[in-house]
Ligand binder design. Structure first.
Ligand code: NOJ
Ligand code: CA
Length: 692
């Protein structure tokens, strides 16, 4: 399948560059020649790189080094032993995803370095340059003077060329559940938005740093996004921000002992990735992050089919039910589960999640009292697990298991085998995991190497037992779904649940016009769209969902996940004509196109369903009403289609009149350009079906 052509790029030059006193400048270009990376050694013989796009420098001279425990830093005095170039071009198929086919085309350069000083330690740097960005990683080869490596700091610099407009969240070591701030790079202040109590986890923000993906717009109109790919057996990377020199530097997540990464050589770091785009939508259509990961290693993924799912979930968040059995209103009972199964099977929904089914929820918050004793195989007395699974099976509705661990990894890992064996026995093929609160063992953080390895262990258990994983409070998505398609979705975002209970007014309408260009560049999001009772009356007085109903519908297209929840109470969907869109909308795609967007203002996405070939369009706006044009030129030449349009009614508004919408039908063709008014906080969802 692979088509590797070794070829000498011809653009490799060994010249000395007077200007930055560098010697050995090596240049590598993207296949379309728009992106160029210059690699060189400084006058102190330290590795450094420069990136340009269409001859405009986008990353200026940036150095690379590592600080190690009980050893000299790997920093200067390097010589180049060897350089190798490659070009690669393949088209691979996604098992499930936004696009069926993915083009993976890059030029690569491997630089083998060795210290000239006594220790003669070796370090390799590999660049891959694509048309949509670059990735580079470090390789620590097996060698005598570097066997066990303890990294106390990775110092990869990203030297910006201007004071870019930046969409960022703080570099929290435990949680990504923040609203994005839009500011000039020089105004980043990671502590500013820290709101005690507004998060479900311990928050630890040691310095002015941001989490990735972090996205920027330059004054020249380019879009840049910084992230990492293939985060394996290594610490997650935050980016420390130097607001004076307009520079970022990798700041790995450590533990309380000050250790970032412990590995034995040989090993490779994750890829440091920079997406470069001329249009915001190109960031979303880019496959850089997933392409930087290894091909699929799971032979048989037939046990998982992308699906919509209902659940016993929103009840707990709006307070109509409880997770625990000791109090009142235990929601996870057999009767309610069966009602949901009936509703799902009547509405083209093939799965159901049940939270609060297992014993241990009575003090699940109460870490200090050390009273969290989850058991992942024993149901509460009013929930008959076997009966629910069998009933679901009879109606073609699969159960999604739930494991809230309260981040007690010691407890969970002891039970992993039995918990997964139970799912195997019952033929349950998906689990939602959760890691609320601070990590046990104490001193570890959600985004450090210890936890990266834990999340990986759970993926491996999933592969062994044919169980797909949807992790909440996860490690960020870094494209590993390519190698492990069992990693179906994850949270790692300020999700819908904040609208139900946060003290800060919930997620503003703008939130989801930023998330697709930041968090979603990593991979699928379990946001749980689709709340129809946006005012949350009569259950919540102080909270509400800050969008219109039509905006909620559009999210099924705008946000990508192979599992999309249909979370609202059954009664809010029944007899509501807008529910037809949720019944119809796809979850597995042949093609994805971002039709138009401006980060933080609006986004219009079209996706074609893999099986049915139907098209679905979703458009959302921030707090401003706007009129958008939707160009349907992606449709087939010479064919006519019926478009069913679900849009805000005139007078609808996310605060004053959120649930007012209009449904209309019209014939459309490739030539059609629809003009649609979106209300403040509004949206529009369209299904497009070919006329037979
Ligand atoms: C937080 C998760 O984000 C949410 O979806 C879940 O319901 C609770 N934890 C309980 O596990
Ligand atoms: Ca959460």
């Amino acid at each position: 399948m692979k088509n590797i052509l070794l070829f000498f790029l011809g653009c490799i030059t060994l010249i000395s560059c007077e200007e930055n006193k560098a010697n050995f400048v090596t240049i590598i270009e993207s296949p379309n020649k728009n992106i160029k990376v210059n690699f060189s050694l400084s006058s102190e013989k330290q590795p450094m790189y420069v990136v340009s796009f269409k001859n405009e420098t986008v990353i200026d001279t940036s150095k690379m080094s590592f600080d190690l425990k009980d050893a000299l830093s790997l920093e200067t005095d390097f010589k180049i032993l060897n350089t190798t170039t490659d070009t690669f071009n393949e088209t691979w198929q996604m098992v499930w995803g936004e696009d069926q086919e993915v083009i993976n085309n890059y030029n690569s350069l491997k630089i083998e370095l060795q210290e000239t000083s006594e220790l003669k330690r070796k370090l390799n740097i590999i660049f891959k340059v694509y048309n949509d960005g670059i990735g580079f990683r470090y390789e620590f080869p097996k060698q005598e003077n570097l066997t066990n490596v303890t990294i106390t700091d990775e110092n990869t610099e990203f030297n910006l060329t201007g004071n870019h407009k930046t969409w960022w969240i703080p570099g929290d070591w435990d949680i990504y559940e923040y609203l994005y701030t839009t500011s000039k790079f020089s105004d980043i202040n990671a502590f500013k938005d820290y709101i005690p109590g507004a998060h479900l986890g311990q928050t630890y923000i040691p310095e002015n740093a941001v989490n990735t993906p972090v996205t920027m717009k330059t004054d020249t109109g380019l879009y840049l996004s910084f992230h990492e790919a293939d985060l394996t057996d290594y610490a997650g990377m935050t980016l420390a921000v130097d607001t004076i020199n307009l520079e970022m530097k990798s700041e790995l997540v450590g533990n309380s002992k000050g250790i970032k990464v412990s590995r034995a050589t040989p090993f490779k770091t994750p890829w440091r990735a920079i997406q470069i785009a001329e249009k915001p939508g190109d960031l979303i259509e880019s496959k850089l992050i997933i392409n930087l990961n290894e091909p699929n290693s799971v032979e048989d993924m037939s046990f998982f089919t992308p699906t919509k799912y209902v659940g016993i979930w929103w009840d707990m968040h709006i307070g109509t039910g409880n997770w625990d059995y000791a109090g009142k209103n235990h929601a996870a009972n057999t009767k309610y589960a069966k009602e949901l199964i009936d509703f799902a099977s009547e509405n083209n929904i093939n799965a159901m999640l049940v939270e609060g089914w297992n014993i241990g929820w009575e003090q699940w918050w109460d870490k200090k009292a050390k009273k969290v004793h989850f058991d992942f195989v024993t149901p509460y007395p009013d929930y008959n697990l076997q009966e629910v699974v069998a009933y679901g099976k009879s109606k073609n509705v699969a159960l999604i298991m739930h494991h809230e661990t309260s981040a007690d990894i010691t407890l969970y890992e002891k039970q992993l085998d039995t918990a997964f064996a139970l799912m195997k026995e019952l033929k349950i093929h998906a689990v939602k995991t959760g890691y609320v609160g601070s990590v046990i063992p104490e001193g570890e953080y959600h985004h450090g190497q210890f936890m990266v390895n834990h999340y990986q262990k759970v993926l491996e258990k999933g592969i062994e037992n044919q169980v797909a994983i949807n992790a909440h409070e996860p490690i960020k998505a870094t494209g590993k779904r390519r190698t492990y398609p069992v990693a179906i979705s994850r949270e790692g975002v300020r999700g819908q649940e904040y609208n139900a209970w946060s003290d800060d007014g919930g997620n503003p309408p703008e939130h989801l016009t930023i998330v697709p260009f930041t968090r979603m560049l990593g991979g699928p999001i379990d946001y749980t769209p689709g709340i129809f009772n946006t005012t949350l009356k009569p259950y919540k007085v102080k909270n509400q969902v800050n969008t219109t109903l039509a905006h909620q519908l559009a999210l099924y297209v705008v946000l990508y996940s192979p599992v999309q929840m249909v979370p609202d109470l059954i009664k809010n969907y029944k007899n509501n004509p807008a529910f037809q869109f949720i019944r119809d909308v796809g979850v597995d795609w042949k093609k994805t196109k971002v039709l138009d967007a401006e980060i933080g203002d609006y986004i219009i996405v079209a996706r074609q369903e893999k099986k049915s070939k139907k098209w679905f369009v979703g458009a959302i706006t921030d707090e401003n009403l706007r009129t958008i044009k939707i160009n349907l030129d992606f449709l087939e030449e010479g064919k006519t289609y019926i478009a069913t349009i679900y849009k805000d009614a005139s007078g609808s508004h996310y605060l004053k009149n959120p649930e007012a919408y209009k449904i209309s039908k019209q014939n459309v063709t490739k030539e059609t350009i629809l003009t649609i008014k979106l209300a403040a906080g509004g949206g529009c969802a369209i299904s497009i079906v070919k006329n037979q």
